[in-house]
Design a protein around this ligand. Structure first.
Ligand SMILES: [Zn+2]
Length: 230
């Protein structure tokens, strides 16, 4: 049985486990754990559960006639993050419009300096829209798995047959987005807990930002559905 760090989800190798002292150290994030507690946690999450955790974001739809199962991560909706982003985006676009209009009175070339700021504004507006309507899902049917990222304006689909599957992990992955910091918006790379599916030819990173409980459930569920032993 592999021991994974509950903090960063990396595998803790046997050489970093001291059985006599009941300790395990994760060299990725320098966290020290009690081995007994790790084992308890691991056992509770490695048991196969047919339904997603009750109080999470993930939903499941089963079609009994066709045997299709769809696991859905709904849009973020109108939470604090979306409202904050909405206020900021409105302010940003308003200010850029005003500035561009003023600059265009002087010269069009001068006004063209605003182009990068427009691009950032459009990026934020896109993110805002996808917070409201963008969703992700995993569709399982007849031995085929399809990951759908329904984001405007570029939805993505990744599909494969279960024998092509090599590994499924729940781990921190680089995530590019906008971060509001000191009333400035920056395009920025952060690490987010994500589901990482590897097949012979693809690496699919999806369901970013779900809870550890949901991520571990999804990992176990997909392994069970695809017959992947790991
Ligand atoms: Zn760690």
């Amino acid at each position: 049985m592999q021991i994974t760090c509950p903090n960063c989800h990396n595998i803790i190798p046997a050489t970093d486990i001291v059985l006599e002292k009941d300790l395990a150290k994760c060299h990725e994030c320098n966290e020290i754990w009690k081995l007994e507690e790790l084992m308890k946690l691991q056992n509770s999450i490695q048991q196969y559960e047919p339904f997603p955790p009750a109080y999470g974001k993930i939903r499941m739809e089963e079609e009994l006639d066709s045997g299709q199962v769809k696991i859905i991560l709904p849009p973020k909706g109108f939470g604090l993050e979306t409202i904050g982003l909405g206020v900021f985006t409105t302010f940003w676009l308003g200010f850029i419009s005003f500035w561009t209009w003023g600059a265009s009175q002087a010269s069009l070339l001068f006004a063209a300096f605003s182009i990068p700021f427009w691009l950032v504004g459009i990026g934020m507006a896109g993110l805002l829209l996808n917070n409201i309507i963008g969703s992700q899902s995993i569709v399982i049917k007849d031995g085929k798995i399809e990951v759908r990222k329904d984001f405007f304006p570029f939805p993505k689909r990744f599909s494969f047959f279960t024998p092509e599957l090599r590994s499924i992990a729940f781990q921190k992955e680089e995530y590019r987005g906008f971060v509001l910091q000191n009333s400035k918006s920056q395009s920025n790379t952060t690490m987010k807990d994500s589901l990482v599916i590897k097949t012979e030819t693809q690496k699919i990173v999806c369901f970013e930002g779900i809870s550890t409980e949901e991520g571990e459930w999804l990992k176990q569920y997909l392994k069970e559905q695809s017959g992947l032993k790991q």
